[in-house]
Design a protein around this ligand. Structure first.
Ligand SMILES: NC(=O)C1=CN([C@@H]2O[C@H](COP(=O)(O)OP(=O)(O)OC[C@H]3O[C@@H](n4cnc5c(N)ncnc54)[C@H](OP(=O)(O)O)[C@@H]3O)[C@@H](O)[C@H]2O)[C@@H](O)CC1
Ligand SMILES: Nc1ncnc2c1ncn2[C@@H]1O[C@H](COP(=O)(O)OP(=O)(O)OP(=O)(O)O)[C@@H](O)[C@H]1O
Ligand SMILES: [Mg+2]
Length: 371
């Protein structure tokens, strides 16, 4: 809606973009004009209170690129995420929108692989497989009938058992709830090598990053890998790969350097702001999240990213306008996770847990990418 004598104000609300026209600025003079101005300011304030901050302010918070790109670029980056999302049509068969594997789940940790696997489904994957230890399998199965659970990770044939599924998987998320048992990590090393040999994209998180810090050569130069370290994991990786204490004064540079040292593997450093780099460009995502730091939010991110990586690679660089598809996928997963956190917190406040965030994946996805 637009009025010829009015202002067009663009706001981002929970429901997406809302255009509102504010009439009356062209006619007033003197006191009349001042009153009209005050009225417009009051009206705008009320509108902003109702619908949230202006779109540009939302985007400014959500994005920055080497501090030099304009708000137009920020809008474009959300658009690039939209570009990689496959259309829902009646012509597809089950599996086409994503068959994602999660490698993780052991005696101690069953929640993490569940959060990653269910998030992949909620984002839009068709099938989610969990490869976990024998003991963890019945527990993970009992959380959800939607997951396909393979109790193979601690078997002597673990690598072959997972390898036979690789031709049918579009991406693998390695590490949520894996634990650090030496035997399990040896099997995961074999699974990573098999995935690289078959060109399967991998997202490496949590204890998968512990393995990479021990043996960076495992992932060196693999262009279909994304690492998603939290604060502690980033420090560990940086110190192992760069052999220097972490420089906390330059967060963008630190991520850029780690990515470069790993041969342009994409790195997503999670934190108050998420910093993403492929060793060439740096993106920052500070989409409004929440102050709740309950466990499992990173698992939601890595599971979502598994799907988005598949979609981005399928869409290809022509849809991502020169950006690396993995960079766009990572930006999408970070903004989605933070938006889930924001929405869940609005409903549940301090009692928010990752289960509440999983329930927000659909609405948050629609708000960010489908409105
Ligand atoms: N429900 C489940 O099953 C879940 C299972 N999970 C699984 O647990 C496994 C281990 O993963 P992880 O992330 O706990 O391991 P790790 O790298 O040792 O970091 C822990 C230490 O790092 C520190 N620290 C962290 N952040 C920091 C910060 N911002 N700033 C400063 N310090 C920070 C912090 O140190 P502290 O404060 O305790 O001294 C903390 O003790 C893994 O398999 C994972 O998937 C989780 O996914 C959650 C849900
Ligand atoms: N201080 C913060 N403020 C706002 N958002 C944050 C903050 N720290 C992390 N996040 C967000 O929380 C999500 C998970 O990041 P986090 O660092 O908690 O991962 P994690 O430790 O691997 O989680 P998990 O408990 O699943 O292992 C990311 O989307 C990140 O952007
Ligand atoms: Mg984690």
């Amino acid at each position: 809606m637009a009025l010829s004598s009015g202002w067009l104000v663009a706001c981002a609300s929970g429901q997406g973009r809302i255009d509102m026209a504010v009439p009356g600025m062209a006619t007033g003079a003197g006191v009349g004009a001042a009153v009209a101005c005050a009225a417009v300011v009051a009206l705008l304030s009320a509108v902003l209170a109702l619908y949230g901050p202006p779109l540009d302010a939302v985007l400014e918070r959500a994005f920055s690129l080497n501090k030099a790109r304009s708000i137009k670029d920020m809008k474009n980056t959300f658009q690039l995420v939209r570009n990689i999302i496959p259309p829902l049509t009646t012509k597809k068969h089950k599996g086409q929108d994503g068959r994602i594997g999660i490698v993780g789940g052991c005696q101690e940790y069953t929640g993490a692989p569940y959060f990653a696997a269910i998030s992949a489904l909620k984002v839009g994957a068709d099938l989610s497989h969990v490869f976990c230890t024998q003991e963890a399998a019945p527990v993970i199965k009992s959380y959800s009938p939607e997951l396909i659970v393979h109790p193979v990770l601690d078997s002597p044939d673990a690598v072959q058992d997972v390898e036979k599924w690789l031709p049918r998987l579009h991406a693998l998320v390695v590490g949520p709830g894996l634990g650090r048992d030496d035997g399990l990590l040896r099997n995961v090393k074999g699974i990573l090598e098999a995935s690289k040999a078959r060109d399967v994209p991998v997202v490496i998180d949590a204890d998968g990053l512990w393995l990479i810090a021990e043996q960076p050569a495992l992932i060196q130069g693999y262009q279909k890998a994304v690492l998603t370290p939290n604060h502690a994991e980033f420090r560990r990786l940086s110190e192992a790969v760069l052999r220097d204490p972490l420089d906390s004064s330059d967060p963008h540079g630190a991520v850029l350097r780690l990515s470069q040292a790993l041969g342009n593997v994409t790195v997503v450093r999670k934190g108050e702001r998420d910093v993403i780099s492929d060793g060439r460009q740096v993106l920052e995502c500070s989409q409004e999240g929440s102050s709740r730091r309950c466990g499992g939010q990173g698992d939601l991110l890595s599971g979502s990213l598994g799907v988005l990586v598949h979609w981005a690679l399928l869409a290809g660089p022509e849809k991502t306008d020169g950006f690396s598809p993995l960079l766009v996928a990572a930006f999408g997963a970070c903004s989605l996770t933070r938006q889930c956190s924001h929405q869940a917190f609005q409903k549940h406040g301090r009692s928010t847990t990752t289960t509440d965030m999983v329930a927000e994946v659909g609405p948050a996805f629609a708000r960010l990418f489908e409105s």
